[in-house]
Design a protein around this ligand. Structure first.
Ligand code: HEM
Length: 575
């Protein structure tokens, strides 16, 4: 009896230990472990008090005939009931804490897939419809990953002020593991010292006014080439031109010339090494097609194990080719130190600070500039021109501003952009209705936090539906109409307009992009008359892609204005 009485508290202590372990570590293993050990010791303890082998005694526990004393029986029953109550109570607590009460509302989900079956493209439109039913802060499960989608300026404000640091991480995706040097590039890196260092390097060496001005010649030259190409058949009459590919060539050539002094686009015109250019274009095409977070395999571990769809294999192969290409560009410059490209500048810093300016960091910087700065700008130009073609009155007003401010004899230049507020309003209005990154870039919580009173656990992916906020009639008057005038009194409240994101992870290329967009669009308006191809409006349907492209490539009619003769007499730089 004594042994038994001693064992019950001993067993209960261990049960308690298990429960405590569970609460502390949050692991079911500690709970089960503690309970298991507790029970075994309880029974073994009973065994210690009685002779004979353990097993028969265990058996006896369930049969009352072993108890000679009613007191013993009562004691063991009450301890077992206590145990059962403790286990049941802890299980309830466990279930409740595993599914936090205040998660943002969510539609019914499927096992394993969660809500992946609902993720129809274009995602920003699907999320907008869901937010109308579940609220401006709602949640989904993409396989095993919790995703919170916010579509109100107030929630966004909370995300990027109070929660800015907690939400400054990026999700670890297969695409960023393979293509972003194991999540170490600026766009994919978790928030911390490494990321801060990359932002510091880029703000000094890439995006500083000094550096951006240093490469102005390249932008002038590329814009001039575009204008010359457009003027080829349009001196006397209107001619049809396909603008999408021209904008893409422009932005790729601008970035690549800044980075490595190379033109890779231009269909044989002034492209020095056709084979190298072809390789680069193919790598970029594949990188765009495989980046982003829209592949179900990213979120369902089971699909990852079997490499469903061969995503991981594809990414590994692409990453190898991309790395070899970028390394080739760096090695080439190491052999020839004379030059004024971004690679040259970074390599000269590598000499004094090799740990900060390693080859991998340089390759990562080139990569994020190419993937972050080309398509976004090209797409925005295409949407801007489409809007102008559908709103001839706006086009006319923009041309009048250019003629007044610059004159009909002089050509527009990039430093003129600040003198052209209406042109800038057209760009803001385009980015409002057609943000190139409609869901920004996914963020991830590094700790538990709350948004709008809802619980957002650690490791939740956060998507901001900027597209929906930009079209919310509660936020904007006549929200879906294209009216650049709404920005005439200056830049809109950043809580409402966020095409470049907000907070710490906001786009570092914003200033650079605004200059390129303003200069290109202004030059196109200044140097050409523009009309639609037919009577019908330009189709503004969105297609699918990492960014938000136009479904139908933009074609337009253009006719050279006399001012273009100033350009025709000039030559372009050969690179
Ligand atoms: C119209 C043009 C552009 C748009 C609409 C745009 C938009 C964005 C957005 C929405 C983000 C994510 C912000 C967030 O996480 O909340 C971003 C990040 C970024 N953008 Fe841009 N961008 C543009 C041009 C550029 C250019 C020209 C460059 C570089 C040459 C660039 C480089 C980057 C980089 C490196 C990041 C990652 C920043 C980080 O994670 O710390 N972007 N951009």
């Amino acid at each position: 009896m004594h042994d038994f009485c001693f064992t019950i508290p001993y067993g209960l202590v261990l049960v308690g230990g298990g429960v405590f372990g569970y609460i502390k570590k949050g692991s079911t293993a500690s709970l089960a472990g503690g309970l298991g050990i507790g029970l075994v010791l309880l029974l073994a303890g009973y065994r210690i008090g009685a002779p004979g082998p353990l097993i028969p005694h265990m058996h006896h526990i369930f049969f009352t005939d072993i108890f000679t004393n009613m007191e013993d029986m009562l004691l063991i029953y009450s301890s077992l009931s206590l145990l059962v109550v403790a286990v049941a109570f802890k299980l309830i607590v466990h279930l409740q804490t595993r599914t936090p009460k205040h998660l943002p509302p969510s539609p019914p989900s499927l096992p394993i897939l969660g809500h992946l079956h609902l993720a129809k493209k274009p995602l920003h439109r699907t999320f907008h419809s869901l937010s109308e039913k579940y609220g401006q802060i709602f949640s989904l499960r993409f396989g095993s990953r919790l995703v919170v989608i916010v579509s109100s300026p107030y929630a966004v404000d909370e995300c990027f002020t109070k929660n800015d640091v907690v939400l400054a991480n990026r999700p670890d995706l297969l695409a960023t593991k393979h293509l972003d040097y194991n999540h170490t590039t600026m766009v994919a890196s978790p928030y911390g010292d490494h990321w801060r260092n990359l932002r510091r390097i880029s703000s000094l060496e890439i995006f500083s006014t000094n550096r951006v001005n240093m490469f102005l010649g390249i932008r002038r030259d590329e814009v001039k080439r575009l204008l010359l190409k457009l003027s080829r058949n349009s001196r006397k009459d209107f001619t049809k031109v396909e603008l999408k590919s021209m904008f893409s060539e422009l932005t790729f050539n601008i970035i690549m010339r800044m980075v490595a002094g190379k033109r890779y686009y231009g269909h044989g015109e002034h492209v020095k090494d056709e084979e190298e250019a072809r390789q680069f274009r193919e790598i970029m095409r594949e990188a765009f097609a495989n980046s982003g977070a829209s592949n179900p395999q990213e979120f369902v571990p089971m699909l990852q194990w079997i490499d469903h769809g061969g995503l991981e294999k594809r990414l590994t192969g692409l990453a190898k080719r991309m790395d070899a290409f970028l390394q080739g560009l760096i090695d080439e410059k190491k052999g020839n130190e004379e030059g004024n490209t971004m690679i040259h500048h970074l390599l000269s810093l590598q000499k004094s600070q090799p740990e900060y300016y390693s080859d991998q960091i340089i390759k990562g910087l080139i990569l994020v500039m190419l993937l972050g700065g080309t398509d976004t700008s090209a797409i925005s130009l295409e949407w801007a021109m489409s809007n102008l073609l559908n709103h001839p009155d706006v086009l006319k007003k923009a041309r009048a501003e250019l003629d007044n401010q610059i004159g009909e004899a002089n050509l527009m230049d990039e430093p003129d952009v600040p003198k052209l507020p209406y042109l800038q309003s057209i760009i803001f209005e385009t980015l409002r209705l057609y943000p190139a990154a409609p869901l920004l870039v996914p963020h991830m919580s590094s700790d538990d936090c709350t948004i709008g009173g809802y619980a957002v656990p650690r490791n939740t992916m956060l998507l901001v539906n900027a597209w929906a906020i930009h079209r919310d009639p509660k936020v904007w008057d006549d929200a879906t109409s294209f009216k650049p005038e709404r920005f005439e009194c200056g830049k809109a409240n950043s809580q409402k307009l966020m095409p470049f994101g907000l907070g710490r992870r906001a786009c570092p290329g914003e200033g650079f992009a605004q200059r390129t967009l303003g200069f290109t669009l202004g030059s196109l308006i200044h140097c050409f008359e523009w009309e639609r191809v037919g009577e019908e409006e330009v189709d503004m349907t969105e297609g699918n892609g990492m960014t938000m492209p136009k479904a139908v490539a933009l074609e337009a009619m253009c006719k050279m204005r006399p001012i273009m003769y100033n350009h025709l007499s000039e030559s372009v730089d050969y690179v």
